[in-house]
Design a protein around this ligand. Structure first.
Ligand code: SAH
Length: 349
């Protein structure tokens, strides 16, 4: 059976051609799937019952069920744990900003990258998400909350550039004005540094914002935190980001998670500033989130501010990330891991 929601418009047209339908049917079905985001063929009420049955025999719409939902009492950030059609789990977070709603979506079930501070790898890598499953995270959150989501960040579970084809297809679909019609300028993709794919992305002609999870200014430190660095080192990753910024005209950001006594020293800040010299970019400083199994300790407030001040004094634009939903902050990948372990959580609504 074919996942009908992962087909683009032309593929859908081709797939429906054997049914000899008038061409307006493709438009109707595409609109149900991508503009309205229905979860079943029975919701396609302008199609005959017979046609709905024919579609059901040939295609399926992968379901995402809200397994758990956490709502922050502090700032109304919402975190979802979704159950996928094969029983796997992923997480999404919806945040409210002045300019609208942003969703942080997962791109894979688990992650292969093995970053030492991250929860996403703990429960193992299972599979890539299909384009439809990426998109349904938005549809279901919008429907559940009765809102329109205008911004997307690919910063949930998984490495988006390790699921490249599906992520690109998802982005083209959400940008389509026959679907969600989300501007690519309002999309941010975060990568741990899969360098060849940064160059591929640069050549897609998509004006999306790129973020590199850097977390350390040199190979010795970064390789100890992020195994991907053994393949593509700090200089290679920053070089790819400079090329991306130059070609796309989009500003690149760097994520830098501060861990007490590991990467938050003055010398790290100075080394980072020298690596980014002359690059019009932005550094997001993030106090590390506690992940029970990881044992990393947050930098002190004083060290975080000091780190920022050093970067700024050396001409590097840096800010400390505002924490949203801190009372529901099971960091990235933790809800899925808990579910796998059979853990429960009292905070769940
Ligand atoms: N694989 C992609 C996107 C997913 S992670 C990437 O690496 O960029 C999204 C961001 O959260 C990354 O910058 C990641 O390094 C960071 N992150 C992961 N675990 C964290 C933790 N415990 N505390 C703070 N940031 C964390």
């Amino acid at each position: 059976m074919t996942d009908i929601k992962s087909l683009d418009f032309d593929e859908l047209n081709t797939a429906l051609s054997s049914l000899s339908l008038p061409s307006f049917r493709t438009k109707q079905i595409y609109s149900w799937l991508h503009e309205k985001g229905v979860e079943s063929f029975d919701e396609m009420t302008n199609l005959s019952k017979d046609l709905r049955e024919t579609l059901k025999a040939k295609f399926f719409i992968p379901t995402l069920i809200i397994e758990d939902k956490y709502v922050s009492k502090l700032d109304s950030t919402v975190k979802y744990l979704f159950r996928l059609y094969d029983g796997e789990y992923v997480e999404s977070v919806v945040m409210k900003y002045k300019y609208g709603y942003t969703i942080c979506v997962s791109s894979q079930v688990g992650c292969k990258m093995g970053c030492t501070f991250c929860a996403s790898t703990l429960a193992g890598f299972k599979r890539n998400l299909m384009p439809s499953e990426l998109e349904s995270q938005i549809h279901i959150a919008q429907r559940d909350l009765g809102i329109r989501i205008s911004h997307i960040v690919l910063m949930g579970i998984g490495e988006p550039l390790d699921n490249y084809e599906n992520v690109i297809k998802f982005l083209k679909t959400v940008n389509d004005d026959r679907g969600l019609n989300i501007s690519l300028r309002d999309v941010t993709l975060s990568t741990c540094g899969v360098v060849p794919k940064i160059y591929d992305l640069m050549n897609e002609g998509m004006p999306i914002t790129l973020t590199l999870s850097l977390h350390a200014p040199n190979d010795r430190l970064r390789s100890g935190m992020m195994p991907v660095n053994n393949k593509w080192g700090v200089d290679e990753a920053i070089k790819a980001c400079r090329a991306y910024a130059e070609k796309t005209g989009r500003r690149v950001s760097f994520e830098y998670t501060l861990i007490n006594g590991v990467n938050d020293t003055e010398s790290c800040a100075r080394e980072l500033a020298s690596k980014l010299k002359g690059f019009i970019c932005h550094v997001n400083l993030i106090p590390v989130n506690d992940v029970r199994e990881r044992g990393n300790v947050r930098s002190t407030e004083k060290n975080i501010k000091n780190f920022r001040d050093i970067l700024c004094s050396l001409g590097i634009n840096a800010t400390i990330r505002r924490t949203l939903g801190s009372d529901i902050n099971a960091s990235c990948g933790q809800l899925r891991r808990k579910k796998k372990d059979g853990d429960t959580d009292e905070n769940c609504c």
